[in-house]
Write a protein that binds this ligand. Sequence first.
Ligand code: BJW
Ligand code: ZN
Length: 247
Amino acid sequence: MERPIIDEHTRVLVMTGAGISAESGLATFRGAGGLWAGQPVERVATPEGFAADPALVWRFYSQRRAQAAAAVPNRAHRALAALEDRLGDRFLLATQNVDGLHQRAGSRRVVEMHGSLWRTRCAVCPAPPFDDRTPVEPPLPRCTRCGGLLRPAIVWFGELLDAADMRRIERFIVGSSPGRAPLVFLAVGTSGNVWPAAGYVGMARSVGAVTWLVNLEAAENVGAFDHFVQGPAGEVLARLLGVDDAV
Ligand code: BJW
Ligand code: ZN
């Protein structure tokens, strides 16, 4: 079977989405049985939705906190942690996921592009986000600095991603150049629907990266990839990355 060529010069940028946590029992967003099936996403994944009904949004995220706390990392998370052990600073993992399962599998060079389920911040003032694992119920918690409502530290639709996070990903990409430090771009378990995440494959190609997609079905941006391996992330990554981890 064909595999990405990863030698002592190769740098690897991995982009993961909800599909990588599916084998840990966490629901993906889109499609039948997804988190958004039967629910308009604007109600729970936009600042306007939070302003309209903060208790509903907190209920949704409190359930997600409980589900993610009960989940354990799977083979796919572990395969990427093992790859990072091998590559060190030649590895970066950009995840759209907010569940923290990559870190629990041992990944350290992780950019959480869409924030984290495990942090809370003020919806009004720039008080720094803080670690928070508790489910939230009414009366909803308020900021000790300004009295505004607290909210999950998640990037919702229409909100800017953290500029430092984006710079870190872009620097990693431009740190490679054709013929010098070859770059492999590997996307796993993502629908390729949401920007800017869906656009990084194009940026990687522009510096000569070889691009791979591992997904259960063809992603929206599948045409931007050199290789598409269809299948469940755990099994496919173990094969592609040569990790012998059948547990
Ligand atoms: C498996 C599997 C298994 C299942 N193995 N695979 C440019 C063009 C067009 C629009 C825009 C644009 N730039 C910005 C926008 C607007 C917007 C956007 O992208 N809209 C699109 C929907 C069109 N983007 C934004 O608003 C972003 N902000 C921004 O760019 O600011 C500047 C700006 C603002 C406004 C206008 C213009 C510029 C912010 C995006 C934040 C997204 N946040 C969310 C919600 C977080 C809340 C939460 O976690 O609760 O993040 S959206 C949701 O989608 C979540 C996910 O991280 C994200 C991606 O989803 P993902 O991971 O792809 O999951 P699924 O469920 O869609 O797919 C799973 C896949 O796995 C499937 O394909 C399965 O087949 C597969 N699979 N089992 C392998 N076992
Ligand atoms: Zn505040």
